[in-house]
Ligand binder design. Sequence first.
Ligand SMILES: NC(=O)c1ccc[n+]([C@@H]2O[C@H](COP(=O)([O-])OP(=O)(O)OC[C@H]3O[C@@H](n4cnc5c(N)ncnc54)[C@H](O)[C@@H]3O)[C@@H](O)[C@H]2O)c1
Length: 440
Amino acid sequence: MKIGIIGSGYVGLVAAACFAEMGNHVVCVDIDKNKITQLKKGIVPIYEPGLETLVKENFQKGTLNFTSDIAEALSIVEVIFIAVGTPMGDDGSADLKYVLQVAQSIGENMTKHLVVVDKSTVPVGTADLVTQTIQHALDLRKSDLTFAVVSNPEFLKEGTAIKDFMHPDRVVVGADNDDAMSLMRNLYAPFTLSNDRFIGMDVRSAEMTKYAANAMLATKISFINEIANICEKVGADVNHVRTGIGSDKRIGYQFIYPGCGYGGSCFPKDVQALINIANNHGYNPVLISSVESVNKAQKEVLFSKLTSQLGTNLKGKKIAVWGLSFKPETDDMREAPSLNLIKSIISAGGKVNAYDPKAIHEAKFYLKGIEVNYLEDKYSALEGVDALILVTEWKEFRSPDFELIKDKMKGNIFIDGRNQFKSEFIISKGFEYLQIGVKA
Ligand SMILES: NC(=O)c1ccc[n+]([C@@H]2O[C@H](COP(=O)([O-])OP(=O)(O)OC[C@H]3O[C@@H](n4cnc5c(N)ncnc54)[C@H](O)[C@@H]3O)[C@@H](O)[C@H]2O)c1
C-alpha cells in the first residue's frame, strides 16, 4: 500500500518505519525541515531502541521516504495518517491546532480519493471536525473529491515502541465507512497474523477507547501511590503489599509499582483532556480528577523525603539525581518527575549533579535557565554529594557498585524513587535508605 504519515515524532516515525518494514511504500511528512534533513541523512532525532536501524534500512531500500512537502506526499498515497502532537491547552483540553492545520492542508492539496486516519490522541468528535475542515477546503476549491476519516488510536509505549507496533495487543479502528474499514483491516493484517487482534468499531468509540485506556493505567499508578503513602503512615511496607495484591489475577502485577508519579507525553495530558471532555458534557469525573491530583502530589514526594533528612534550606548541599527521562529507554522529558524535583532543590538553595544515559540533551532544553551540573557517567555525578536520588529506573542503575558510590559521596542519604533495592542490603552498606511507601 502507499501510505503517508504526517508528523515524524515518536508515533509517526515508528509507524512509518514499521509499515515500511512490512513492504508498504511510506512517505513521512514533517513541518520541521531540520528534522526531515536529518532523517534523510540517516540521523534519527529521537532515542527509541531499534528505530534507527529500521529507518536506515527502509530508507536505503527506498520503501521509506521523507519530505516536508505535504502536496508531494498526497500525490502518491492512498491512505494518510495524522500523527502530529496534541499538547495540553491552557484549560487542560487537547490542543487540536496541529491536527486541524494538517486537515486543512489535506483538503487544499489532495488530488484523489483518500482515507484519512486520525492516529493522534484526540477528543471524541475530532474525526467530525477533521471531516468538516477537509470538506470546507475542498468546497473552496470547488472539488468533488471524496474521502473517509477513520480513527486509529495508537497504544505503543516509548522504549518498546517497535515491538508494540509490530506485535500489538490490539489494533483499534473506528470507521463509519465499510471500504475504509476494509482498507484498514488489510493494512494491519500482517501485524496480527498469529491471531486476529483487529477491533473494529464506530469512530467515537475508538476515540474514547484511547482516553479510557490511558485513564485506567494512570488510575492504577495513582492507586498504588496512594496505598504507598498510607503504608508509610501506618508502618506497612508497600513492597510487600504490592506482591500481596498483584498475585490476585483480577488485579495483576502490571502497573502497580509505587513511584514518584507518572509523566511523559501521554498520561498527564490525556487524563487532563478526559476531565475536560467530561466537564464540557456536564459530567464531573470525580475518580479521574482524583487520579490527577494524587499524581501531582506524588511528584513532590522525593523532595519532601530529601528535606526530611537535610532540612528545607538546602544552601551548601549538593544532590545527585540519577535518571531524568520520564521512564527508562527513552529520551522523552515531557512532564518527567525529575523536572519537579530538580526545580524544587534549586529553589531551596541546593545544587544538582544530574546524570541520565540518554536524556541529557532533552533535559537541558526542559531546564533551560536553571543551573544544573550534567555529568557523563553515573559515578562522576556522585562526587561530594550529600544525597543520591534515583528517579528513573534505567537498567544501569540496577546493580551499581555500592562501594564506589560510598567513596564518592560526602553524605550517605540514598532516596530511591523506584524501590529498586532490598532495604536491609542497602542499609548494611552504610546508607540512610529511603523508599516510597516504606517508613524511614
Ligand atoms: N509518544 C507516545 O508514546 C504516544 C503514544 C500513543 C499516542 N500518542 C499520541 O500521538 C500523537 C503524536 O505524539 P508524538 O509523541 O509522536 O508527538 P511528537 O511531538 O514527538 O511528534 C509530532 C510531530 O508532528 C510534527 N508536526 C506538527 N505539526 C505538523 C504539521 N502541520 N505538518 C507536519 N508535521 C507536523 C512535529 O514537527 C513533530 O515532529 C499525540 O497525539 C500523542 O498523544 C503518543
